[in-house]
Design a protein around this ligand. Structure first.
Ligand code: SF4
Length: 376
């Protein structure tokens, strides 16, 4: 499969010694899940595209990109057919499995009787046609939504903040997965454009959207003691505000749920690069699903335009990420997607407490801290 005499391939960065003993076992689990147990499958892992393992001549080819990160190639079958197309770049192990899982299931469902695994590349559906790509993406999400219909995940709830990704998921849930409840957190400080979109979404889809508010007594006490905009004064004040307006209402929203769904994507920040489609949310002790983890920003917007999905007009004004009005501002195209959130803070401490992965809060890529309005 690949050279193993060295822990890391000297031609690139493939960690063959660490990955080889464990990764094929995990692929076998996926095969069993897809009903393909016992099928012959060739997997090749190598340090660079023209390396000794020849990843193109395998049903699954992996090329080392950096320590623990691989590019994924659909590869070719054992007769030497080549697709020669890079599928995804710089994936961690969990991300690779997330991408392969629905594709193996789809392959199992699509192939004709008596076909061997050699027909896998033809069924892989990695192609240059944008409409097909979106269709493939949609199928992956709907497969996942199907699993959320029953135990142990039901009732599943989708947390929307009405960002672009959330509107894609809202559209899919409204049309195909009404068993997933939709809720949002109204912090009381949202931009007017977001309220308009909430209203528009209700009318467009005729959907009940459950809105959770902060406990009014806690907010009244905070504002009386510190003022309405105290979150600019210190990180502690900001975190207290986020906790009472977001974290506590989220805890209430998730009570009694079997799983929750978010619109988070890997591309949104470097720290989300290994975001998995399925995670264990230790803070809420629930399975958490990020069905768009692997989507690119362009694909989100292709979906919105193709299906005429309502979206927040602030996205047209330089706001790729939208939170509370006083804590979000427009950014320039060369800045990180989340640079406009809490821009006055040290980037290493930016979070609101809603998303925790492996015990760590997910943070945005570092950006230059700047002062809040009114401060010099
Ligand atoms: S984003 Fe700003 S206004 Fe909204 S809850 Fe957090 S600190 Fe408060």
């Amino acid at each position: 499969m690949a050279c193993v005499p060295l822990p890391i391939c000297p031609l690139a960065m493939a960690e063959s010694e660490r990955s080889l003993p464990v990764f094929p076992d995990r692929i076998e689990v996926l095969l069993a899940e897809a009903g393909l147990e016992g099928e012959a499958l060739t997997m090749r892992m190598t340090g660079y595209p023209h390396g000794c393992a020849r990843p193109y001549l395998a049903e699954i080819g992996l090329v080392g990109k950096a320590p623990s990160l691989y590019n994924l190639y659909p590869g070719g079958d054992r007769t030497g057919m080549r697709l020669n197309a890079l599928d995804r770049e710089a994936l961690g192990e969990e991300a690779q499995l997330d991408i392969l899982r629905p594709r193996l299931k789809r392959f199992a469902g699509l192939r004709g009787a008596g076909k061997t695994f050699g027909s896998w590349p033809a069924a892989y559906s990695r192609d240059g046609e944008e409409p097909m790509r979106i269709e493939t993406r949609i199928q992956d999400v709907l497969l996942l939504f199907g699993e959320l219909r029953n135990a142990p995940y039901a009732p599943a709830a989708f947390a929307t903040s009405f960002g672009a990704e959330d509107m894609v998921l809202t559209d899919l849930i409204a049309k195909h997965a009404p068993w997933i409840e939709i809720f949002t957190l109204d912090t009381g400080r949202l931009p007017e454009e977001t309220y308009r979109l909430i209203q528009e979404t209700r009318g467009h889809y005729h959907l009940p959207i459950q809105v959770y508010f902060p406990e009014h007594g806690t907010v009244e006490r905070y504002v009386r003691e510190h003022g309405p905009n105290a979150f600019y004064e210190s990180q502690e004040m900001r975190k207290t505000c986020c906790h009472m307006r977001k974290v506590e209402p989220l805890q209430r929203a998730l009570q009694g749920k079997g799983a929750w769904v978010t619109g988070m994507r890997r591309e949104q920040a470097l720290t989300r690069q290994d975001l998995a489609v399925q995670e264990w949310d230790a803070a809420h002790e629930l399975p958490k699903f990020n069905p768009l983890a692997d989507w690119r920003g362009k694909e989100v917007w292709d979906y919105i335009r193709r299906f005429e999905v309502p979206y927040n007009r602030l996205h047209d004004q330089g706001y790729p990420s939208i939170g509370c009005a006083p804590c979000t501002r427009a950014i320039s195209p060369d800045q990180d997607i989340r640079a406009g959130r809490w821009w006055w803070e040290n980037p290493a401490a930016k979070e609101c407490g809603l998303h925790v992965v492996d015990g760590r809060l997910i943070r945005a890529r570092p950006a230059t801290p700047q002062k809040p309005p009114g401060q010099t």
